[in-house]
Design a protein around this ligand. Sequence first.
Ligand SMILES: Cc1cc2nc3c(=O)[nH]c(=O)nc-3n(C[C@H](O)[C@H](O)[C@H](O)COP(=O)(O)OP(=O)(O)OC[C@H]3O[C@@H](n4cnc5c(N)ncnc54)[C@H](O)[C@@H]3O)c2cc1C
Length: 417
Amino acid sequence: MAQVNDSTERNIVIIGGSYGGISTAHYLLKHVISSLTSKYQFKVVLISAASEVMCRPACPRALISDELLPQDKLFVNIASVFEQYPKGSFQLLRGTAVDFDHSERTVKVDTANGHTKTVAFYAAVIVTGARTHSPLLGYTKDENHLRETWAAFRTALPKATSIVVAGGGPTAIETAGELGEYLNGRAGMFSSKLENHKVQVTVISGAAKILPQLRDSIAQAAESYLAKIGVTVLKGCPVASTSPASAGTLDVASSCMVTLENGHSITADLYIPAYGTIPNSSFVSTTLLESDGRIKTNPKTLRIDNAGPRIYAIGDVASYARPAVHHILEAVPVLCANIKRDLLLDNGGEKAAAPADREFKVDTRETQMVPIGKSKGVGAAMGYRLPSFLVWLIKGRDYWLWTTGNLWSGKQWAKEQ
Ligand SMILES: Cc1cc2nc3c(=O)[nH]c(=O)nc-3n(C[C@H](O)[C@H](O)[C@H](O)COP(=O)(O)OP(=O)(O)OC[C@H]3O[C@@H](n4cnc5c(N)ncnc54)[C@H](O)[C@@H]3O)c2cc1C
C-alpha cells in the first residue's frame, strides 16, 4: 500500500474524470494553484476509472453505429489534455476509488494496473457522477466496457423486430427516437403515423406523462414525432420485472419477457432500461449521503459540510441540483472560487482571499432539449419553448459534440469567471 504524499506536497484530489472532474481540474490548474504562494507544493490528482472522457449525451445515437458520430471527437484521451500544465502540478491516477475516509482524509484506489493505493488529500472534490441501469448509456466501468456493450448490441440489432425502451425521461425518448428512425425511417409530411414499420419500438413510461421536466404540450409534440418513426408510447405502466432478469443490464443483447406492474407482458428481442440513474457513491460513508444515494452537498457553497474542511462535490453524484451538464458548467466557477478562498485562508493568503463564499443558485427555468431522430426534436430553454429546428441545430445535429472540444481541452475555462 503506497502513500502518495510527503510533508511538502498537498494533494487536491478530484475523483471522477468527466464533465465535473475534467472541468474542475482545468479550472484549478489555470486559476487556483498558480495563485497560492506557500511552502507547500499543490498538486491536482485526478482519479479516473476511465482513461478516456466521452460526450455522454451522445450515447442514444452513438450506441447504434460508429458511422453516426465521429468517434475521434466522441472519446478523448484524458492524459493528453493535461500535458499543457507544468510538470508536477498534475497527476492522472487510473483507477476506481473504493473507500473515501473523510476523517483520515485519504482515498483508497483500486488502480487500473491491479494494485491498491491510498492517497492522502488536503482537499477533495467528488465528481463520480451516476450510472444508468443500461450499460449502453455511459460508463458503468470504462471506455472499453462501453465499446464492448455497444458491439454486443450492434450484433443483435439487425435481427431484432421488437425493442422495448423502459423510461419516460429524455434518455428513453432520445434512445427510442434514434432507434425508430434508424430502423424504420420517417413517415411523410402528411402522415401522422408510420404504418407497416419494420421494427416495433415501444417506450414504456412508468409515469402518466413522458418528459416530466417539460410542459404537457411539448411532451405531446414528442409523442407525435415518435409516432412518425414507428415508436409506440405506453404511459403509466411501470415495468415490474424482466425474464431473464439480466436482460438489458448484464446482457444487452438478450431477448426477454417484460412484465408490467399492471400484469401485462411484452416480449422484446432487445430491452433497454433507460429510466433513472444510480449515484456512484458507494465508496463514501453513508453518513454523507441523502436517502437517494447522492452526496449531501451544501447547495450554495458546494461543500460537503458533514465531511470536514475542503471537501466538495458537484455533478450527478451531488445533491445540489438535478443532473444536467449545464448545472455543472454553472457550478464549476462557484466551486473553484470557494476552493480558492479556502486554500488561501489556510495558507497565509488572507489578504488575497475573497471576503465571502461565492454562492451557487440553481436555475430552475424549464430547460431541456430532446432530439427525436436526426432531424426533429422538442424542448425549451430558460422557460421558452424551442421550435424543432432549433433543437436540431443546438443539440440534435451532433448531440453536443460541438461543445466538448473546448471543455476537454480546458479552453472553456481560459478566463477566471
Ligand atoms: C444518455 C444520457 C444523455 C444525457 N443528455 C444530456 C443532455 O443532453 N444535456 C445535459 O445537460 N445532460 C445530459 N445528461 C446528463 C449528463 O450526462 C450528466 O449530467 C453528466 O454526464 C454528469 O457529469 P459528471 O461529471 O457528474 O459525471 P459522469 O458523467 O457520470 O461521470 C462520472 C465519471 O466518474 C467515473 N467514476 C465513477 N465512479 C468512480 C470511482 N469510484 N472512482 C473513479 N472514477 C469513478 C466514471 O467512470 C465517469 O468517468 C445525459 C445523461 C445520459 C445518461
